[in-house]
Write a protein that binds this ligand. Structure first.
Ligand code: ADP
Ligand code: MG
Length: 749
């Protein structure tokens, strides 16, 4: 192999050798290797303070009260807090836990924790373990270092974390000890939401209230709590850790800011559902082992479309728990990756030119009895009810597409949405052929003379559950697709906390449920029979929301034009999308539903815009650094050698009086030199333009303007820099290139 011993690429070749010679890792070996061969049912949830443990450890009365709090999403009765804390501590101590923490989700996209030991002293000064109800319920981290968007001025830096009893406490096992984590919401001194969880919980409550109103119209006297159910499919990349450490861009920005396309990418379509490499499978198995212990119901694993890309999908749960579990899962995946000498990439677009990663968030609503309200039923009543919920979703997405889009806005996701391989930034709904036929028939008023029962059945709804779940009735390009008994929201980015996107989606649907509910109520009050009233309201909603339904190819250029004609918003960049949070109408909605006050909206806007700005600043700094300290030096070196070569060949030509064939070879060498010189010149110019674009953006007076200028000028300037770097990568000798190449990162593991 051409290992040039004195070259900057030494480290790279070393990494290639390392990555190529690793073998699959066994389980961590601790606490008990044999655990991994036990049935999943035996290890599932053993590190969680779940209902079974509560029942076992708590006095009957306390257990019943706590369970009620959890099931109904109610406030915790302070009287039982000490008792619950005591039981939790006893359970944790039995499992070797020494510390506890309130585990919460500030607006960084990550989770936060501050550990406290159980250590305390009794009256005699003896060391003991203590954990009180108040420690369980609330803690007061210094909130001033978390993003708040101006919600807290520094003199009022207090923020509280408050236990969310609906999400089970869990134990995180480290190499040298265990920590009890208490899922918590993070709120300011005045009760404003500072985290991801609070808005999700509020939106779930809002959906529940409106959905219950509808259920009442269908004759349920006192319907219990309606929950949002969610199953997030998580896509990710795994590359060898040695490569990761040699890429400043992956380390700082999470994505490759340069890197030429490999000769083979995903063209052969040989990766999706392909057999999983041993090393990767060993990784997945250990991840699942850890997830099961934490009560996270991982269900499927497979290769994804791009090389080195994979997916993990859990069984769906109540949204709040699914969101917590997804955050924990991302963290577990990251940690286990290190143990297997992988680096986990959760960025939405780690590699240019091949598929990015998203989170397909499967979403539905479920009654207190566990009935999926988006599942067509066996009876006419059920199907009427199904139609009401279905058109409410259509209505919500139709009216609030922009708000939903704003919920998935980030610098990373901008590379995915609208990049012709992921759902576009235009939010439309795919229903599938079956349902489209049914809605079209309802719209035409077909069979309207017949009884509702007959009509619904004759429309084929009774057969829906079987037929529409057929794999062929799929549209992989839609951002929001009905898949038989739930919607799949595909525009969420892989690195996202799903809480915020869900809160925005819930808000949109909530408003529609409210409107549909009150129209129904009015008609019933006017004396219409239920069937009639429902079909009229459903029909009106179908007509109203027609523009948002799209069954074609969402990646096609024609769709962009068509969507524009239909009046659907196409918010291509994050700053455009975030502007929605400043619109009076959207703010009013969020406020009315109790999800965000006007101030909280403002704060979210600031936090998200500032994050966008910082993400881009990091990218710019990193790419400058790589260009000046890695790419250009390598290019100069080759350029110097080429010049020498051309020169000495010219001398030889003169001395030896060689013929024209040889002078052609010199001409080609000088062309090669010229090509390198051109790219070096181009790279310098593009770096200077990048600096100018940054300066201009930096002079903006407001964050929104700053963001907009970055999106308009800096993002394309970054792409230009990349173009020249990538051209140089293709021109320079392999042994001079210091950065792991795409072909290595994507194919060696
Ligand atoms: P598909 O083949 O349509 O992708 P799966 O059954 O594999 O369907 O489900 C994909 C994801 O959707 C899984 O995470 C699953 O748990 C979740 N899911 C299924 N039903 C629901 C539901 N009612 N609400 C939310 N998520 C659901
Ligand atoms: Mg799916």
């Amino acid at each position: 192999m051409p290992f040039a011993s004195d070259s900057a690429a030494d480290a790279r070749f070393h990494a290639i050798r390392e990555a190529g010679s690793r073998s699959p890792r066994c389980f961590r070996g601790e606490p008990d290797k044999s655990d991994s061969s036990r049935p999943i049912s035996e290890i599932f949830g053993i590190n969680t303070f779940n209902e079974r443990v509560m029942r076992e450890k708590l006095p009957g009365k306390v257990f019943r009260k706590l369970r009620q709090t959890i099931r109904r999403g109610e406030k915790l009765d302070m009287e039982i807090a000490d008792s619950v804390a005591h039981a939790m501590k006893e359970w944790a101590l039995e499992r070797g836990v020494t510390h506890f923490c309130h585990w919460f989700q500030p607006q960084t996209g990550l989770t936060a924790e501050k550990h406290d030991s159980f250590l305390s002293f009794d009256d005699e000064g003896q060391a003991i373990e203590r954990f009180s109800g108040s420690q369980l319920i609330q803690s007061e981290p210094d909130a001033s270092s978390f993003p708040s968007g101006g919600m807290r001025s520094t003199f009022e830096a207090r923020g509280y974390t408050a236990w969310d009893p609906s999400s089970p406490a869990f134990i995180v096992e480290g190499a040298n000890g265990k920590v009890l984590c208490i899922p918590s919401a993070f709120i300011s001194y005045h009760g404003e939401a500072l985290d991801q969880k609070a808005p999700l919980l509020r939106s779930m409550e809002a959906v529940s209230q409106r959905a219950r109103e509808i259920l009442k119209l269908f004759g349920q006297k006192d319907p219990g709590r309606v929950t949002t159910t969610v199953g997030p499919e998580q896509e990710y990349f795994l590359i060898d850790r040695s490569f990761f450490h040699l890429r400043p861009d992956l380390m700082a920005a999470g994505r490759t800011l340069l890197g030429a396309k490999p000769p083979k990418g995903q063209e052969l379509e040989d990766h999706y559902f392909g057999s999983i490499k041993d090393r990767v499978q060993a990784y997945m198995q250990e991840v699942e082992f850890e997830l099961y212990r934490l009560g996270i119901p991982a269900k499927t694993r497979h290769n994804e479309v791009a090389p080195a890309q994979y997916e993990m999908a859990p069984i769906f749960e109540e949204a709040n728990i699914a969101a917590d579990h997804n955050q924990i899962a991302m963290e577990v995946m990251r940690r286990v990756a290190l143990r297997h000498d992988f680096a986990l990439l959760l960025h939405e677009k780690p590699f240019a030119g091949i598929n990015g990663s998203g989170k397909h968030v499967n979403w539905s609503v479920q009654s207190a009895e566990g009935v999926n309200l988006l599942e067509p039923g066996d009876t006419p009543e059920r199907n009427l009810q199904f139609l009401v919920f279905l058109v409410s979703v259509l209505k919500g997405v139709h009216k609030r597409g922009a708000l939903i889009r704003s919920g998935v806005a980030s610098a990373g996701n901008d590379h995915r949405l609208g990049a012709n391989e992921a759902p576009p930034a235009i939010v439309s709904v795919f229903l599938g052929e079956q349902l489209t036929r049914i809605l079209d028939a309802i719209e035409r008023g077909e069979n309207s003379q017949e009884s509702t029962e007959k009509r619904i059945l004759s429309l084929g709804i009774g057969k829906l559950p079987i037929i529409s779940r057929d794999q062929t009735d799929r549209n992989r390009t839609s951002p929001f697709a009905f898949t038989g008994n739930k919607f799949e929201f595909r525009a969420v980015g892989a690195a996202f906390s799903i809480s915020y996107p869900l809160a925005m989606l819930n808000a949109a649907v909530c408003e529609a449920l409210e409107e549909i509910g009150s129209e129904l109520k009015q008609r019933l009050k006017d004396g219409a029979p239920l069937n009639r009233a429902v079909m009229d309201v459903v029909k009106a909603a179908i007509v109203e929301t027609k523009a948002v339904r799209f069954e074609g190819n969402n990646y096609a250029e024609e769709w962009v034009e068509e969507a524009e004609r239909r009046g659907l918003p196409n918010l291509k960049t994050t700053p455009e999308a975030l502007d929605v949070l400043t619109r009076a109408d959207d703010k009013r909605l969020l406020k009315r539903l109790g999800i965000f006050s006007a101030e909280e909206c403002e704060a979210r806007y600031h936090v998200k815009m500032e994050r966008y700005i910082k993400d881009l600043e990091i990218e710019v700094e990193t790419v400058r650094d790589m260009a000046y300290t890695m790419v250009l030096p390598a290019a100069y070196r080759f350029q110097g050698e080429l010049s020498n070569s051309v020169e000495s060949a010219g001398r030889a030509l003169a001395q030896l009086k060689l013929d024209a064939r040889v002078s052609g070879s010199i001409k080609r060498q000088s062309d090669q030199l010229l090509g390198v010189l051109e790219q070096i010149g181009g790279l310098h110019e593009s770096l200077e333009s990048l600096d100018r674009a940054m300066d201009k953006a930096g002079r903006a007076k407001k964050v929104g303007e700053h963001g907009r200028l970055l999106a308009e000028n800096v993002v394309p300037a970054l792409a230009k820099v990349r173009e020249h770097c990538d051209a140089l990568e293709e021109k320079l000798p392999d042994g001079y290139w210091p950065l792991p190449k795409y072909r290595e990162m994507l194919f060696i593991s």
